[in-house]
Design a binder for this molecule. Structure first.
Ligand code: NOJ
Length: 546
């Protein structure tokens, strides 16, 4: 089975299941829930980082790549997890955070202690003559991207939190150390690798200012070096494994570069996560704003990426949700009036597209953003910074709260809702992040008589039954319809038409003759009638195979 045939499930270990009552999800908790994961029919599980970390960015600030954070478990637990999942034919994908390390990491500490060899692991630069930072770059979490390096005159670069120091990939020793990390986990039996923000590793040696007032990501994004270093990593690490899945998280990337990263001839990666389709509810491109999503833009982006990647023999990772995104159902669906319908419509759009689908824990039961009422419930560094910045810009507290509530990463990080018991059945202790709305939305209820979980299982099974889904070409269908996004997949004589109504009102949709006598292989409403003017119900999805 190749990476094209798989469905990947994402587990955020801190919020999946807490086996020991400390309020934090752990590896033993995941082991207890393997029967549930296996019941979905997925092929691989991507785990967010569980390495030793001070948790300033929930584990993306790695202090030791070779050990497990004590509150999440032990190396023996991880080995057992890999083995037990394999018994169900499920492989493990781990997060490789190689752009930066925690300032608690030994490399940074030794650099601080004055060891020249380790100082060369980081981007240390002098400030400008006027005492200002080496460049005017901004951290992606707000504020300057530079911080004083101990009590020296130097500054170190951090594109993310100030405790996440960017690694100097120009130094061959750094690259060798990072490849060692990748090989260590491959040797443990890990067969999936998700590379965190991989397209920002290629900063120049001589860092330049962006034009005043401009956030110019091109200075550190998608540079040609990124391709060179991924090819080197391929040779030195995962290239030696017969079967494995590699996916790069590519921030603000382009189709052209993503083809470069994933065209198999280049020996780089299998697929990429790109994010343009998740910025269609940003006002003027700014995340910390609140506005309705732009449906034509969303549809054109999905279509452009599908067409573009196909033309260049690239491959997309398909997803609506992850641990950095608010729940898609709150952004693009209607969780109040059409909860099951809009959840299953969104699932259909992604699972039947050209690419490999990812399911983020909880989306398969229709989990929604938490209904918090004030800032004290949020914990993420990015959300807390954004709230402060909005107030500083003069936005009033109520509006700033509303904006943060619509965009915070905590929205997807709330505990997995297992049942309607206390704390959603996630922990017997105090959860690190408070779950809400679990009385109605939980695994037990979905398993009993829900509509979303069985639909996800059906989508996963469909991919195994019909090669057109994993292998077929992609073409848009009636791209300019005002409320529908539809496309045709084609493989070996089979054609699959996928139709999705993105709105809460019924609509008509023209069906070509050839599909009138097709077979409906999935639909989120019972017994659709195939006719020239197809009558679509609110958030209806269906796929017709001929
Ligand atoms: C992307 C990760 O998904 C996110 O959670 C993290 O904060 C940044 N990379 C920095 O590592």
């Amino acid at each position: 089975m190749s990476f094209r045939d798989k469905v990947i499930y994402q587990v955020y270990p801190k919020s999946f299941y807490d086996s020991d009552g400390d309020g934090i999800g752990d590896i033993r908790g995941v082991i207890e829930k393997i029967p549930y994961i296996a019941s979905l029919g997925v092929d691989m599980v991507w785990f967010n980082p569980f390495y030793v970390s001070p948790q300033n960015d929930n584990g993306y600030d790695v202090a030791d790549y070779y050990r497990v954070n004590p509150d999440m478990g032990t190396m023996a637990d991880v080995e057992e997890l890999i083995a037990r999942l394999k018994e169900h034919g499920i492989e493990v994908m781990l997060d490789m955070v190689l752009n930066h390390v925690s300032t608690d990491h030994e490399w940074f500490q030794r650099a601080l202690a004055g060891e020249k060899e380790y100082q060369d692991f980081f981007y240390l630069r002098e400030g400008k003559a006027d005492g200002s930072y080496p460049t005017n770059w901004e951290s992606k979490f707000g504020g300057p991207a530079w911080e004083n390096f101990g009590d020296t005159d130097l500054f170190y670069l951090h594109l993310y939190d100030r405790t996440q120091a960017d690694l100097n990939w120009h130094n061959p020793r750094v690259r060798q150390e990072l490849y060692k990390v990748v090989n260590f986990w491959l040797d443990k039996g890990v067969r999936g690798l998700r590379f965190d923000v991989l397209n920002v590793i290629g900063k120049a040696e001589f860092l330049e200012d962006a034009a005043p007032g401009v956030v110019d990501k091109s200075l550190y994004t998608d540079t040609p070096r990124v391709h060179t270093w991924i090819q080197e990593m391929h040779r030195e690490t995962f290239g030696r494994c017969d079967y494995k899945v590699t996916v790069g998280e590519m921030s603000s990337t382009t189709i052209e570069n993503s083809i470069g990263y994933t065209n198999p001839e280049n020996n780089e990666l299998d697929m990429v996560f790109s994010f343009h389709h998740l910025k269609v509810d940003y006002l003027d491109g700014q995340k910390w704003t609140k506005t309705d999503f732009d449906f034509p833009l969303l549809k054109h982006l999905l279509n452009d990426w599908a067409m573009g990647m196909q033309a260049g023999k690239g491959w997309n990772a398909l997803f609506w949700n992850n641990h950095d995104q608010p729940r898609a159902i709150n952004r693009f669906g209607d969780p109040v009036n059409f909860h099951a319908e809009s959840a299953t419509m969104l699932a259909t759009v992604m699972h039947l597209q050209r690419g490999t689908p990812y399911i983020y824990q909880g989306e398969e039961i229709g989990m929604v953003d938490p209904s918090y009422e004030n800032m004290s419930d949020y914990v993420d560094v990015e959300a807390l910074n954004a709230y402060k910045e909005l107030l500083a810009e003069g936005v009033n507290e109520a509006n700033a709260f509303e904006i943060v509530a619509s965009k915070a990463r905590d929205n997807s990080r709330t505990p997995m809702q297992w049942s309607n018991a206390a704390n959603a059945g996630f922990t017997s202790g105090d959860p690190w992040l408070r779950p809400t709305d679990f009385e109605q939305i939980n695994v037990a209820a979905e398993e009993k008589n829900g509509k979303i979980l069985p639909y996800y299982k059906q989508l996963i099974a469909l991919r195994k039954a019909h090669p057109v889904i994993a292998r077929g070409s992609y073409a848009p269908y009636e791209l300019d319809h005002e409320s529908v996004y539809a496309y045709v997949r084609e493989h070996d004589g089979a054609r699959l038409l996928v139709i999705n109504n993105f709105y809460g009102e019924p609509t008509e949709f023209p069906l070509d003759e050839e599909f009138l006598h097709g077979r409906v292989v999935i639909s989120n409403y019972p017994d659709p009638v195939l006719e020239e003017n197809l009558q679509l119900q609110p958030y209806q999805s269906l796929a017709i195979l001929i």
